[in-house]
Design a protein around this ligand. Structure first.
Ligand SMILES: Cc1cc2nc3c(=O)[nH]c(=O)nc-3n(C[C@H](O)[C@H](O)[C@H](O)COP(=O)(O)OP(=O)(O)OC[C@H]3O[C@@H](n4cnc5c(N)ncnc54)[C@H](O)[C@@H]3O)c2cc1C
Length: 357
């Protein structure tokens, strides 16, 4: 059975939720379709025994306004928290050496971070990044349809017809694809923009984050700073490690420590491998109280040269079709604040095209 909606947003990650927030604020009828069962995309926060465990992003640059403006609009401006400590180190395989601010991001291949933005430090939310997702879902939640992946997109008499997993369809006057680049590339190409296949050039690197909880007295030497990076010839299993409980307030109960390691692809046992390596680097005694690993087969996106030009060319073609916009980390920057900005901009653009701005 086909039902109609004014604007369909595909993807309930931060970009899609931000678009839906903007659209519902502008009075549009919105339907948010996500292939998964929960909202937030790669934003996943788990609360366990008084610890705050982040599976995906754990913060954002304090210099980035968009995510903070949205948080304030959503009524959780008071939940923004500042980074408690600064400075990171390079593990040379023998000892820790201090890194200049910004060097850690460069070593990890994080794109688009300027030195002046790094100088302003980082922020997060009191009980983790999911605070923002929850605040957005509180308003747009009724519009969200989980486990409804978009499998096809075709022009309809008035707007677009979306094919959904399970064989149903949905018609919408406008569509925002806030999807990973490889998914959006296929849908947009099939909808009549062959050039969109190039959007699939975005490389999503696999990564696993392992959070490990310890008693404070298990750490032989006191740690300082936000963590360390282990790159190049010294890289072992652990590529980088955040001292999460030193970085942001409230990440571990008093007298406890929470580490978060980024590890590369491993056949099995990322938590045991991360603990063994961290125990040797940081002098940790005994086993962790518990550990939690999350694997992202396609994690942080990285753009190839020419990316911005491809995205602009696709957007130019989309302007000739019924209102259809692309948004999110695959196109406009991988950071959470860039995703918020991208989602809201897409929403404003389709409202303008619908003559409702
Ligand atoms: C491990 C990790 C750590 C990170 N750390 C940071 C950090 O500290 N700071 C920072 O700023 N950024 C960080 N990032 C990057 C940032 O979190 C992401 O780039 C951003 O959250 C992506 O948001 P998005 O909405 O564009 O995409 P996603 O969160 O990927 O959302 C896309 C949504 O689309 C859905 N979907 C997929 N296919 C379909 C389909 N066919 N139909 C419908 N729905 C579909 C998915 O289920 C998902 O919910 C990190 C990312 C990772 C993976």
């Amino acid at each position: 059975m086909a039902v109609s909606a004014t604007v369909a947003v595909a993807g309930a990650g931060l970009a899609g939720l931000s678009a839906a927030w903007e659209l519902s604020g502008a009075g549009a009828t919105v339907v948010v379709l996500d292939a998964g069962r929960r909202s937030g995309g790669v934003v996943v926060t788990e609360l366990r025994d008084g610890f705050v465990v982040e599976a995906g992003p754990d913060g954002f640059l304090a210099a980035e306004p968009d995510i903070q403006e949205l948080a304030r609009e959503a009524g959780i401006g008071g939940r923004l928290v500042d980074q408690l400590t600064s400075g990171s180190s390079l593990w040379t395989g023998r000892r820790m050496e201090p890194l200049a601010e910004g060097q850690a991001a460069a070593l990890l291949g994080i794109q688009g971070v300027t030195q002046s933005a790094m100088d302003c430090g980082f922020r997060s939310f009191a009980t983790g990044m999911a605070d923002l997702v929850e605040a957005l879902v509180a308003r747009v939640g009724p519009a969200i349809r989980p486990a409804q992946g978009v499998t096809g997109l075709a022009p309809a008499t008035r707007g677009w017809r979306l094919s959904l997993g399970g064989g149903s369809t949905l018609e919408a006057e406008a569509v925002i694809l806030a999807l990973p680049a490889w998914v959006a590339a296929r849908l947009v190409a099939a909808a009549g923009v062959p050039a969109a296949r190039r959007l699939d050039d975005v490389i999503y690197y696999p990564t696993t984050t392992v959070s490990l909880a310890y008693r404070g007295d298990q750490l032989a030497t006191p740690l300082a700073g936000t963590g360390f990076v282990s790159a190049g010839e010294w890289a072992g299993v652990v590529r980088a490690c955040s001292y999460s409980w030193l970085k942001y307030p409230g990440r571990a109960p008093p007298g406890h420590a929470l580490l978060r390691a980024f590890v590369g692809p491993l056949d099995d046992g990322p938590a045991a491998a991360a603990h063994a390596e961290l125990a040797s680097i940081l002098g940790i005694k005994g086993l962790p109280l518990w550990s939690r690993a999350f694997t992202w087969p396609r994690g942080l996106p990285r753009y190839k040269p020419g990316h911005a030009g491809h995205v602009a060319a696709v957007r130019e073609r989309l302007a000739r079709l019924p209102p259809l916009a692309i948004a999110g980390a695959g196109f406009d920057g991988a950071g959470v604040s860039a995703c918020v900005k991208s989602g809201r901009a897409a929403a404003r653009q389709v409202m303008e095209r619908l003559g409702r701005a």
